[in-house]
Design a protein. Structure first.
Length: 102
């Protein structure tokens, strides 16, 4: 499974979460997760607080063309960890196995 597939799988799981509970991933929580992903991977300098808080969905973090595959993997690790910690998201076994083995 590559990073794009993991992002897609997380997106599907996020849609399912929001269908079950529209408050399952609030803007405040999304901003908290995005900041944590960037901070934990020393990438906070890429975006201003305003961009993070007002103009960006979680998956947009991965759009920067200068991100390396290694950086994306680190970001996805943090994203998966925080989503499973802070939400009721149900990630696929494929994503959880990917996280375990990277």
């Amino acid at each position: 499974m590559d990073t794009d597939e993991v992002i897609s799988e997380i997106g599907t799981a996020m849609e399912n979460l929001l269908e079950k509970d529209e408050n399952g991933f609030s803007w405040d929580l999304e901003n908290k997760v995005k900041k944590r992903v960037l901070i934990d991977n020393d990438l906070y300098h890429l975006y201003s607080d305003r961009e993070i808080e007002e103009q960006m969905y979680w998956y947009s973090l991965f759009d920067d063309p200068e991100l390396t595959e290694k950086q994306k993997i680190g970001m996805l690790r943090t994203l998966i960890d925080k989503l499973t910690q802070w939400t009721e998201i149900e990630l696929s076994d494929d994503v959880l196995l990917w996280r375990k083995h990277i």
